[in-house]
Design a protein around this ligand. Structure first.
Ligand code: ZN
Length: 500
């Protein structure tokens, strides 16, 4: 093999992988958006075959020979090529430890689990989901043992979501945030509650679809490359490459703000998916650096942009035009206060910025205890409800509003939840950094998001997966991660709103 041949094969392999991921992603996307009810088994059939082909492609003797050859000639490769080889070899070494039958059966099971979760949530019947949840966690323990024998399974899955993450780091981060957030939430609860009548009423779905379109335009999202659909649980995916991104939202007709903020959240993911350097398309460097980095961008647009006074001032007239009756006699300040109302609630994706971390903590603790075998699957609903009472002071009326609310476990995603909180805190530090060179408040006030997105593109998006998460963070922060950027942001903002 010559270096030229190996380089050519490296690009061909990634191109082929992208095509498979395109097919797998499209099947999944179809399953959660438009596919008829009884089709999960059909998708599972195709997915099992495609997953098997992917397994073979990733671990074939030809792939191994080519990657090992390139690894030996690392010094002659570009930085991007070195990273491609590193990521592919790491994936190969991990995948080949998993027996192919187990690997394929796991993927097949996840499709059925995801469908069972949806049915269980719709009917608030945990019993439908219970056997699948059992299998998801059993498989997670088994996969951790296969891939990293001797490592704590919880640490394995945290590290799987975010290279370098473990429970010790999460514990330290959560302790730092809790120390500030719990007293802040308590002080707010003693103040008179803000009037949020502007976001409550009747908001027909067809009008909310107009809001989604307006928001995508305000965020500068290219609709030729980014579509939007409706799902039970909002998410974002890219199909094959940065050239085809899909976001989703969920509409509730008694309030418009959850759908609007889902679009901003998923739109943030969407922008990150769409703007790695163009030459990374159809390679493993396309996409985001890590889950937390991805959440830093989604939470950035959802909260630091979307819940700012400036953005509210600019979106208000557009909303008032769509919902004239609901907005009659209201002011932008009414909307600003309503969307920043702090109130412990039941639903994570509708949580305010102050109490959000507490929702994550519930999931974090439950996952840790389930993977350690301390909690039986049948005890999950009861434990969930008890922890919501303890952490947030709310009573969970049913499992749809409780442990069935998130799609993650049904999709086999364990160890993911902390990345939401970490990402939110990274976002606060990005904002602080951005303010050193940009007058962010003035730009938000003028409704000019382009320079803000250009900053994110220059410092974060363009690199795709070129760096490891900690490397990229240090490069952008020019120093260590500092959770006080997030807690300072919360204290400043909410002391102002609640007059503390
Ligand atoms: Zn997200």
């Amino acid at each position: 093999m010559t270096l030229t041949e190996a380089r050519k094969q490296l690009m061909e392999l990634q191109s082929k992988l992208s095509a498979y991921y395109h097919a797998v992603g499209s099947i999944h996307y179809d399953g959660v958006t438009g596919a008829p009810r009884g089709t999960a088994k059909n998708r599972a059939h195709s997915m099992t075959i495609l997953t098997g082909e992917l397994y073979k492609l990733n671990t074939s003797p030809e792939t191994r020979a080519m990657l090992e050859y390139l690894d030996e000639h690392k010094a002659e490769l570009s930085q991007a090529e070195q990273r491609m080889v590193h990521l592919l070899l790491k994936g190969l070494r991990k995948t080949e430890k998993i027996p192919m039958d187990f690997f394929m059966e796991h993927r097949r099971m996840i499709i059925e689990a995801s469908d069972a979760w949806r049915r269980a949530k719709e009917t608030s019947d945990f019993a439908i989901f219970k056997p699948y949840l059992q299998r998801v966690f059993d498989d997670c323990v088994k996969l951790a043992e296969i891939c990293e024998p001797g490592m704590d399974p919880f640490d394995y899955w945290l590290n799987d979501s975010e290279e370098g993450l473990n429970s010790a780091k999460c514990d330290a981060f959560f302790a730092a945030v809790k120390e500030k957030v719990v007293p802040l939430a308590r002080a707010i609860s003693e103040k008179p509650q803000v009037d949020d009548s502007i976001i409550n009423g009747y908001f027909p779905e067809y009008k909310q679809r107009q809001v989604s379109s307006v928001i995508m335009d305000m965020m500068g999202i290219d609709k030729d490359r980014c579509g939007i659909a409706t799902t039970e649980h909002p998410f974002t995916t890219s199909l094959g490459s940065q050239n085809d991104v899909r976001i989703t939202t969920h509409y509730y007709e008694n309030t418009f703000s959850p759908a609007m903020y889902s679009v901003m959240h998923e739109g943030g993911h969407g922008l990150y998916f769409m703007y790695p350097a163009e030459e990374y398309a159809y390679t493993v460097l396309d996409g985001g650096c890590s889950m937390s980095l991805h959440e830093s961008q989604s939470r950035f647009y959802e909260n630091y942009v979307g819940r700012s006074r400036g953005f509210i001032k600019n979106v208000f007239p557009k909303l008032a035009e769509i919902f004239p009756e609901n907005f009659e006699g209201k002011t932008p300040e009414d909307l600003y206060r309503a969307v920043n109302k702090v109130e412990p609630g039941l639903i994570r994706i509708r949580a305010d910025e102050v109490t959000y971390t507490l929702h994550i903590l519930v999931r974090y603790e439950i996952e840790r205890r389930m993977l350690a075998g301390e909690v039986k699957i049948g005890e999950v609903p009861e434990l969930w409800n008890a922890m919501y009472k303890d952490y947030l002071g709310v009573t969970v009326p049913n499992d749809t509003m409780g442990c069935l609310q998130d799609s993650h476990w049904g999709s086999g995603q364990v160890g993911y939840f902390p990345t939401y909180s970490l990402g939110t805190a990274y976002g606060a530090q990005f904002l602080k950094k951005m303010k050193e060179t940009l007058d962010v408040d003035r730009l938000l006030d003028e409704g000019d998001l382009a320079p803000i997105s250009a900053w994110n593109r220059e410092h974060i998006w363009q690199y795709g997966r070129l760096y490891e998460p900690e490397e990229l963070l240090e490069k952008v922060f020019e120093g260590p991660f500092d959770p006080t950027c997030f807690t300072d942001y919360l204290e400043k903002k909410y002391k102002d709103i609640y007059g503390l």
